[in-house]
Design a protein around this ligand. Structure first.
Ligand SMILES: Nc1ncnc2c1ncn2[C@@H]1O[C@H](COP(=O)(O)OP(=O)(O)OP(=O)(O)O)[C@@H](O)[C@H]1O
Length: 239
């Protein structure tokens, strides 16, 4: 695939994550290799406990691997100090979670503005609200919005700072099918229009049909990787 002829944005080699539970060592990742590219939508699929969130947290600079190497372009994230990781998270990574994580006391506009204020080269908030179909809801508080609307605000907030990649943890997990499709379409559009890297972790195998690449995790390892030459449109995903 031509995309993969470009230099990868992220190169993770032999990533290991070990937790100590009292005397017991738990390996959430056991030596995972992963590359991410611009303009590519990757789905990470795997059963509960297979290491999906751990991998996303490492790629997003929230945790450092206990072994292995992780590069963002030429930056060695596995060796970065917490200040460097904070800067990386702020400027390069947008996060989207299952339960939106909006500030309840701020309006839709103000929630998005939070991320704009820490950005070097942010997008225009009104344009983004328009793009996610929420111009008429900008002054609403999260409690006045449906789940799908809240998730659209969360996506606008993650995109607003113009990150190089979007990392999404079960972004449609709390939504019905039509609303979930709208969210998936926004993620695909962001990937395509702005040539950004999008990673979606999920239990939902149906979502993998829209991915350019699917990484299957099993018990802390990459089980296998599939490439979709003809990913389906987000509107056609069904579960
Ligand atoms: N902070 C932690 N301390 C100890 N063990 C942890 C910690 N975080 C994760 N683990 C363990 O690591 C393994 C992988 O967890 P992880 O959350 O990455 O899986 P997951 O695939 O995202 O699961 P789910 O789909 O249920 O969210 C699990 O066995 C989990 O219990």
């Amino acid at each position: 695939m031509t995309k993969h002829m470009n230099k990868p944005l992220i190169v993770g080699t032999n990533l290991e994550m070990k937790y100590l539970m009292g005397e017991v060592e738990v390996y959430a990742l056991k030596g995972v290799n992963v590359n991410l590219y611009d303009s590519e939508l990757v789905v990470v699929l795997g059963p509960s406990g297979s290491g999906k969130s751990t991998l996303l947290n490492i790629i997003g600079g929230m945790d450092r691997p206990t072994r292995g190497e992780l590069y963002y372009q030429s930056q060695a994230l596995h060796e970065a100090d917490s200040k460097e990781l904070t800067y990386y998270r702020r400027s390069e990574v947008g996060f989207i979670f299952q339960f939106y994580n909006l500030m309840p006391n701020l309006t839709a506009y103000e929630n998005i503005n939070l991320s704009v204020q820490i950005a070097r080269n942010p997008f225009n908030i009104d344009n983004l609200l328009n793009q996610v179909g929420l111009s008429d809801r900008k002054d609403h508080f999260p409690s006045q919005l449906s789940g799908g609307e809240q998730q659209r605000v969360a996506i606008a907030r993650a995109i607003a700072k113009n990150p190089r990649m979007l990392l999404c943890d079960e972004p449609t997990g709390a939504l019905d099918l039509p609303t979930g499709r709208q969210i998936l379409k926004l993620l695909r559009d962001f990937c395509q229009e702005y040539q950004k890297s999008v990673v979606i972790i999920t239990h939902n195998t149906a979502i993998s049909e829209m991915a350019d690449r699917v990484i299957h995790l099993k018990d802390g390892n990459v089980d296998y990787v599939e490439e979709n030459q003809n990913p389906v449109a987000a509107e056609q995903v069904s579960w």
